[in-house]
Design a protein around this ligand. Structure first.
Ligand SMILES: Nc1ncnc2c1ncn2[C@@H]1O[C@H](COP(=O)(O)OP(=O)(O)OP(=O)(O)O)[C@@H](O)[C@H]1O
Length: 275
């Protein structure tokens, strides 16, 4: 199959032929110290504006590494990435990046944590704060502007961190497990919250998750990655958001889940054979 999925939409987030490896840790002989262990292998895809693509794959297949490359924190060995016309590798900082840990600063109140990324990226302070107050209201945290992070529950912290990311002015968002480490009920509530904000955001969004049902609910397209070195082995295009919500509530369409599980199981079997 061709790895390049997309049609060159204006303003899209484009990943083209990204390959990367890390130096083997703990290699004893001098020669081996220079060897690279491949982590990503020719990963290509495109996320159109106003759509969300979810990335699923076995642990260690390179999902976070890919996101860190897009965020400009790691320079890949090969390949290119761009957001609209901006080259993300030559000019880092072109995406709003949500790291795996919620990374709230304990010495800043909720409102200041929410506006931090926007202000750092050059947004007008008063405008960002006004928008943050409206967001707090909209998403169930009215009057929490002055709360300290350690006064908030896990679900509240996740929402504050997500608001920070969504308030950033960059033209594309990448979210690394934004709902990880939450109890099932809170996670379910926040999935619907995320579905609502992503449906109205208008930017390309790339989401890494381990939760297949979450991917099937939130994503317009689900990409399944192989075991390390990661490459795209399955693409699942999803219906519109209303249909996805109905499918989840009624449990009507199990075929996409089965296809994704088959792709992941195939990778697990292939990895076991290689060991
Ligand atoms: N800075 C680094 N130096 C060396 N190896 C690294 C570094 N960062 C990641 N790796 C290795 O690269 C591989 C991919 O890591 P990565 O965190 O991208 O995987 P992942 O798919 O996001 O995993 P998970 O789903 O468990 O979060 C792992 O084997 C990891 O140990």
């Amino acid at each position: 199959m061709t790895d390049f999925i997309g049609s060159g939409t204006a303003g899209a987030l484009v990943v083209d032929g990204i390959a990367h490896g890390f130096r083997e840790a703990g290699a004893r002989r001098a020669a081996r110290r220079t060897e690279l262990t491949p982590v990503l292998s020719e990963v290509s895809f495109e996320v159109a504006p106003g759509t969300l693509t979810a990335l699923l794959g076995p642990s260690g297949c390179g999902k976070s590494t890919l996101l860190r490359i897009l965020a400009g924190l790691v320079v890949p060995e090969r390949g290119s990435a761009r957001s609209g016309s901006r080259d993300l590798i030559a000019h880092p900082g072109g995406i709003a990046y949500h790291p795996q840990r919620d990374a709230l600063l304990p010495w800043l109140r909720a409102l200041d944590n929410i506006t931090l990324g926007a202000e750092t990226a050059g947004r007008d302070r008063a405008e960002a704060r006004a928008e943050a107050v409206a967001l707090l209201e909209k998403f169930g945290l009215p009057g929490q502007e002055r709360a300290w992070p350690d006064e908030l529950s896990g679900g509240m912290r996740q929402r504050v961190a997500l608001m920070r990311t969504f308030l950033m002015p960059q033209r594309a968002l990448v979210l690394d497990e934004p709902l990880g480490a939450l109890d099932a009920l809170t996670r379910r509530r926040l999935q619907h919250w995320l579905l609502d904000i992503t449906a109205n955001d208008g930017r390309p969004i790339l989401l890494v998750t381990h939760d297949i049902e979450e991917a099937l609910l939130l994503a317009d397209r689900v990409l399944v990655m192989s075991d390390r070195p990661g490459r795209i082995v399955h693409v699942e295009d999803r219906p519109d958001a209303a249909t996805r919500v109905r499918e989840r509530e009624e449990g009507t369409d199990h075929a996409p889940l089965r296809r994704i599980l088959a792709a992941l199981d195939g990778e697990a079997a292939a990895a076991a054979t290689r060991q």
